[in-house]
Write a protein that binds this ligand. Structure first.
Ligand code: KG4
Ligand code: ZN
Length: 340
């Protein structure tokens, strides 16, 4: 089955063609340079840019896959979770394509897309498993019981982990997005240089909180001349604090559910320190750990097409009144599978 995926939930305009688990094209028009000067995503600017780019991005997905419109069997689109003005652009384009081509339309929750970024990369990921989605907009622990059946175990109570990277980067004058800038500087720093808090590290809940960690860094160094700041040491210590919390909560969650595997997805899962520490900690606990291909960690449409294909297989489809829902909880999407 050839599925056209469309993703516009934040600042990436993306379209992809996926055929039975094989990615034929994965086109992403990033707006990062545009938002960098504001130090973060400006929602109205994002939606206007999606309107400009969406037609070209979809066409490029067909051209680079060497496929024609009439070969498509279904259209999957991120319709839940994200910036509403951005979501609307993708949903409208997907409806137009599905209507014109007379093929099924399927709306996908953005977090389900991230869960499928890993499944697409590692089809052998065992079920059930625990998935951590960690990006600029989310830090969410999900018990993936079956494909399409989820229980949210924990969420961030304030900033997402990627957002904390972005804010600290801005504070240190390192630019946007912050994750790559901090990771690169941290390679030259000492991760034990500063004793930073590990928020909710000892709590029994699976929720996260990163705003206190961010405030600790700011309070420690505010008012100081930037030239005098030990930037690599701050970057390394901050990165380590975030990674420690992510690793310990995810392992706690895996232990609690008795699963044999975890997957880590989303933009922050590109981070090498995070990958190394997860691999080491999971190895000690006898857990398998899976990460998506690097180009599927950040927002993309191949993951949406893959999630769409799984739901369509269970006979689920959306109608042409499909709407954009910015805050839909993951559990609200229900389970499409007959087995559940
Ligand atoms: O998944 P994504 O593209 O968008 C959201 O859904 O939010 O993730 C973007 C986030 C940004 O906050 C960015 O700073 C972070 O992922 N990120 C990283 C790295 N690369 C991107 N964080 C830590 N280390 C990285 N190498
Ligand atoms: Zn995302």
């Amino acid at each position: 089955m050839l599925v056209l995926g469309i993703e516009t939930s934040c600042d990436e305009t993306a379209a992809a063609l996926v055929a039975d688990g094989t990615i034929l094209s994965n086109v992403i028009a990033s707006q990062i340079d545009l938002h960098a000067r504001f130090g973060g995503i400006v929602p109205e600017v994002a939606s206007r840019k999606h309107v400009e780019a969406i037609g070209y991005v979809i066409q490029e997905a067909f051209d680079s896959a060497g496929k024609t419109h009439t070969e498509v069997d279904a259209v999957a689109v991120t319709s839940k979770y994200g910036l509403v003005g951005s979501l609307i652009v993708g949903v409208s384009a997907a409806k137009a394509m599905a209507y014109a081509l007379k093929v099924p339309l399927i709306g996908i929750h953005h977090i389900e897309g991230h869960i499928f970024a890993n499944i697409l990369s590692n089809p052998g990921t065992p079920l059930p498993h625990v998935c951590l989605t960690v990006s600029g907009g989310h830090t969410m622990l999900v018990h993936v019981k079956e494909l399409c059946q989820y229980e949210v175990m924990g969420n961030t109570l304030d900033d997402a982990a990627g957002e904390a990277f972005d804010k600290i980067s801005k504070f240190l004058g390192l630019g946007f997005p912050g994750g790559p800038a901090i990771e690169s500087l941290a390679t030259q720093g000492n991760r034990a240089a500063f004793n930073l808090p590990r928020p909710l590290g000892r709590s029994r809940s699976f929720d996260f909180s990163f705003s206190g960690l961010k405030t600790s860094v700011v309070n420690m160094f505010k008012g100081r001349d930037r030239e005098t700041l030990p930037l690599p040491d701050i970057a390394a210590s901050f990165q380590q604090a975030v990674v420690d919390v992510l690793v310990s909560k995810t392992l706690q969650a895996a232990l609690h559910k008795g699963v044999s595997a975890v997957s880590i997805t989303g933009g922050v899962s590109i981070n090498s320190r995070l990958r190394e520490d997860f691999s080491a900690a999971c190895g000690r606990q006898g857990l398998q750990v899976f990460f998506p291909r690097r180009d599927l960690c950040t927002d993309n449409a191949a993951m949406v097409a893959a999630a769409g294909a799984a739901r369509l297989k269970y006979g689920e489809m959306s109608q042409l009144d499909l709407n954009a829902i910015p805050n839909a909880p993951l559990e609200s999407i229900g389970c499409a599978g007959k087995h559940c």
